[in-house]
Design a protein around this ligand. Structure first.
Ligand code: TXA
Ligand code: MG
Length: 326
């Protein structure tokens, strides 16, 4: 079960009440996809280099890209990193929830070097999804969990999405239905002053800045979160943002009650939120991108989406999906 190569195997389907079986797979060094409130994660024992290698292999993920370690509660997470005052306040306010904190690695922690890609820092998260928390408690060890997709693909928000990418490459998937938030966690680095936003996500920036009482820093130049490469979250179709007119043959991703001109010529039209609700739009975003791919459209036009609140994370994912492919 803990072979590092993504060799073909039968991927078990587990029901939400099978968290004990799921935890046993993790304890034995296996790979298990499970729901969180953001997206499905591909879990493995963070303290086992061999188990973590299985995650990199199944996803075909470059090993320079570090993984987030997941814990059942803040108290458990504090043991693995050095939390300054800002990190403490963020953990107290937003855990459990869709926030990841990057902090200096605690030397006493057993999280493996490979999970951190050798960095002196560690990414920690306490999800609020009930099944995830039960699983993490039962596994009683830190669990790495990148999004459960092949590297470079759109993140999965259902067990079916996970299987579309990873059936036969992982040991099991725990099916907890569709995820609630739909975009990945917000990542904040608390390594200096001020804390830096590494990835917009499920906790909007304004809530974080309000709590801290000052603006977050921006990571300039170097890619501080190695996974934030430009062409990420990519569907097969080409994509353009802020479209005010739909061209013939394009798929249309809409937002709010007003449709762009020419929408009647769209090959496929999906409204992320007819009432213009950003949380609803975030929860539907990745499924909509997968639907466009399944319909075989060559191009997707996206109507304007505001950039406040969860809109920042939605626009970030769309900009990456629109970037030229490497
Ligand atoms: O919502 C989420 O965060 C999901 C669920 C499953 O928890 N996980 C997720 O993991 O999105 P992943 O691996 O797809 O994205 C994690 C990001 C990557 O961009 C990675 O480079 C960054 O976190 N990261 C991890 N450790 C880091 C570190 N020590 N310093 C900077 N960035 C780090
Ligand atoms: Mg990912």
């Amino acid at each position: 079960m803990n072979s590092a190569a993504a060799s073909p195997r039968v991927t078990r389907r587990l029901r939400p009440d099978q968290t004990a079986e799921a935890a046993a797979i993790l304890s034995a060094g296996g790979t298990l996809a499970f729901p969180t409130e953001t997206v499905y994660g591909l879990g493995a024992d963070a303290t086992s280099g061999e188990a973590v290698a299985g995650v990199y292999a199944a996803k075909n993920r470059p090993r320079f890209n570090p993984l987030i370690s997941h814990l059942p509660d803040a108290g458990a997470a504090f043991a693995h990193g050095v939390f300054n005052a800002d990190a403490r306040r963020l953990a107290d306010a937003f855990w459990p929830g869709p926030l990841t904190l990057v902090v200096p690695f605690a030397e006493s922690s057993a999280i493996s070097d490979l999970a951190r890609a050798g960095l002196p820092s560690v990414a920690l998260r306490v999800p609020r999804h009930a099944i995830a928390r039960e699983l993490l408690r039962a596994a009683s060890r830190p669990i790495v969990a990148p999004s459960a997709n092949r590297s470079g693909h759109v993140s999965p928000t259902t067990a079916a999405h996970v299987l579309a990418d990873l059936d036969g490459a992982i040991d099991a998937v725990l099916d907890g239905g569709a995820t609630e938030v739909g975009v990945e966690s917000t990542i904040i680095a608390c390594l200096g002053d001020p804390p830096q936003l590494l990835r917009a996500g499920g906790v909007p920036r304004d809530q974080i800045e309000k709590l801290l009482g000052r603006p977050l820093g921006v990571s300039e130049g170097a890619i501080i979160a190695p996974g934030m490469l430009a062409s990420h979250y990519a569907p097969a179709a080409a994509l353009r943002l802020d479209a005010v007119e739909i061209k013939p043959g394009e798929a249309a991703l809409l937002f709010g009650p007003h449709a762009p001109a020419g929408v009647e010529r769209a090959k496929l039209a999906i409204n992320l939120s007819p009432k213009g609700d950003l949380a609803e739009a975030a929860s539907r975003l990745f499924a909509a991108l997968r639907e466009c791919d399944a319909a075989g459209v060559a191009a997707i036009a996206v109507a304007p989406i505001p950039d406040h609140g969860l809109g920042e994370a939605i626009r970030d994912r769309l900009i990456r999906a629109a970037a030229p492919r490497s």
